[in-house]
Write a protein of this length. Structure first.
Length: 256
């Protein structure tokens, strides 16, 4: 598959040095279970008492000594699912754990393709409270190798910015729930295409390229996140300008 990126935007991306991802929002699994008010976690006392790194999670999710639900809890804690006002999402998803078990088992066994892995969470397989940003974390960590990538709002926005159009369907700021396995496969291929374009001296893997697309946010965002945020603001200003009548713009002093 040939993917053509926006030339100037690609130069912006490739000029920013790789920074290993330290996920600032990761919670210790024990603390996360308590803060989300999850019931029926009979292994809560043996969950890690410290926040896990990305590397910790890869090793843990490949370790079959841990149950699928133990691993699931750790992934959700790493992503801090339910933070802020969305605690109910974590509770709803946990309530679907019986449905989640065979899905996670199929992914851990290496579903036939990336598209098929994504499709397990679509349509009749959709899990309440678990959108693309979170179930692609499960796919990434549970998949036997590192050829699946996390697709959240920031990595999806980054690919759309680099591609110059809606490569990944979005609803507002988030990956659309209508996104299917074919979209996910295209997204993964785009990440790998970018990895192949990185400087030969650093030659990033697909997983490292996804980290670079994510970049760090917060009050002191990294250089790539700043670019994506600024592009977001510009798009919103453009939308507002187009929806406000010209006469109103003149009245507010924003017209010419």
């Amino acid at each position: 598959m040939t993917i053509t990126f926006h030339e100037e935007r690609l130069k912006q991306f490739l000029a920013i040095p790789f920074e290993h991802q330290t996920f600032a929002y990761a919670k210790a699994p024990q603390d996360w279970v308590r803060s989300m008010g999850l019931e029926g976690v009979d292994f809560a006392d043996i969950l890690p008492a410290a926040a896990q790194t990305r590397e910790d999670m890869r090793q843990l999710c490949r370790n079959e000594d841990f149950t699928l639900m133990y691993r699931y809890i750790c992934v959700m804690a790493w992503g801090n699912q339910g933070a802020g006002k969305s605690r109910k999402h974590a509770q709803r998803a946990w309530g679907e754990r019986e449905r989640l078990t065979p899905i996670l088992a199929a992914i851990a066994a290496g579903a036939s393709s990336r598209a098929d892995a994504y499709a397990l969470f679509c349509g009749a397989g959709a899990v309440a409270g678990l959108g693309p940003s979170y179930f692609t974390k499960l796919i990434y960590f549970f998949w036997p190798d590192e050829r699946c990538y996390i697709m959240d709002q920031w990595t999806a926005k980054s690919i759309n910015y680099l591609y110059g159009e809606k490569f990944v369907p979005m609803t507002g700021s988030y990956v659309a729930t209508s996104t299917d396995g074919k979209h996910y496969e295209r997204y993964c291929q785009a990440v790998e295409c970018l990895a192949g374009l990185t400087d030969a001296r650093e030659r990033l893997s697909g997983s490292q390229t996804e980290m670079r697309l994510f970049c760090h946010g917060g009050r002191a965002p990294g250089p790539w996140r700043k670019i994506i945020r600024e592009h977001d603001r510009f798009k919103q200003q453009t939308i507002i300008t187009k929806t406000i009548p010209n006469e109103m713009l003149k009245l507010t002093g924003n017209g010419s």
